[in-house]
Design a binder for this molecule. Structure first.
Ligand code: MG
Length: 293
């Protein structure tokens, strides 16, 4: 199923996309977090409704929000998870195998940074002009847990969505090496357009991932190039630390980001950024001048 949070007629609801229309699940689940918390039974109820319901909203006629518009805690993220991006970030072409990190680098983005597929990415030159993009596969946790074994990680995945880990590069680097600030500016976590349930993605390590700016291809990779695959990320993140239903994990970006280009390229008002993950969907946002300061 492709599950959405949407607004129609001034009302917010949860639904499932079927043949270009949205089957409203709002009477079953007040929010996506409630649907996720309902576990297998919740998914079964949603499937029954999708199979039996007639009509529904025209997908093109509603406003899509982020699938989880207000996560209950910060969005978890991974840095340096594609070898070629690790190299470009260090300004190198080659490296020794032992330079590769032994453990993933985790950081987070504030919940208030989350925006949906129909929202603009705000840009304010008084804040910074180094606005950058990062195409990422996002994992949504279903069943919570602590110290989840790598071999058991899949049963904890509710589904997948597409993310753009929008980054203000100068802000990212000037706060003591912690990335939270430059990664948490309002509007810097576009998510969507929907959550594809895990049953529809048999292998999350074999998905093409691409990013275009104004239609020009900037990132072009495959999730098979992750240094730490999704199962290992879940095992490492949950080690001694409880993951909750509805937690979101961004799994890192491949090479081709703006700051590492020669010359560096940053986003400007009017630019359209499109992130595509094979089998999951396409997330498109426009950069728009808006006051942030
Ligand atoms: Mg990232």
């Amino acid at each position: 199923m492709r599950l959405v949070t949407f607004e129609a007629g001034g009302r917010r609801s949860v639904g499932a996309v079927r043949e270009g229309r949205i089957v409203d699940l709002g009477d079953l689940f007040p929010s996506m977090l409630d649907l996720i918390a309902a576990g297998e039974e919740g998914l079964a109820a949603a499937r029954r409704r999708v199979e039996s319901a007639a009509g529904g909203h025209e997908l093109a006629g509603v406003r899509l929000l982020a699938p989880i518009p207000e996560p209950r805690r910060n969005v978890f993220c991974v840095g340096w998870n594609y070898r070629a991006h690790f190299l470009e970030g260090k300004g190198k072409r080659m490296m020794d195998k032992e330079e590769l990190p032994e453990f993933p680098a985790f950081f987070d983005k504030a919940t208030t940074a989350v925006i949906g597929p129909d929202d603009p990415i705000p840009f304010d030159s008084r804040l910074s002009t180094q606005l950058d993009y990062e195409a990422e596969l996002a994992v949504v946790i279903g069943r919570g847990g602590r110290s989840i074994r790598e071999a058991a990680a899949r049963v904890h995945i509710f589904g997948y969505t597409v993310a753009n880990d929008v980054s203000w590069r100068d802000l990212q680097r000037r706060h003591g090496g912690q990335w939270l600030k430059g990664k948490s500016i309002d509007g810097s976590c576009p998510l969507g357009p929907w959550i594809v349930t895990a049953d529809e993605i048999p292998d999350p390590q074999d998905l093409d991932i691409r990013l275009r700016v104004n239609g020009v291809l900037k990132q072009d990779s495959n999730t098979g190039y992750m240094i730490f695959p999704v199962d290992r990320l879940i095992a490492e993140l949950s080690l001694g630390m409880t993951l909750l239903p509805g937690d979101i994990l961004l799994t890192g970006t491949p090479e081709g980001v703006g700051f590492a280009r020669t010359p560096a390229e940053f986003l400007r008002p009017g630019d359209e950024v499109e992130v595509e993950v094979e089998g999951v969907g396409t997330l498109r946002n426009r950069v728009v001048e808006a006051p942030l300061v």
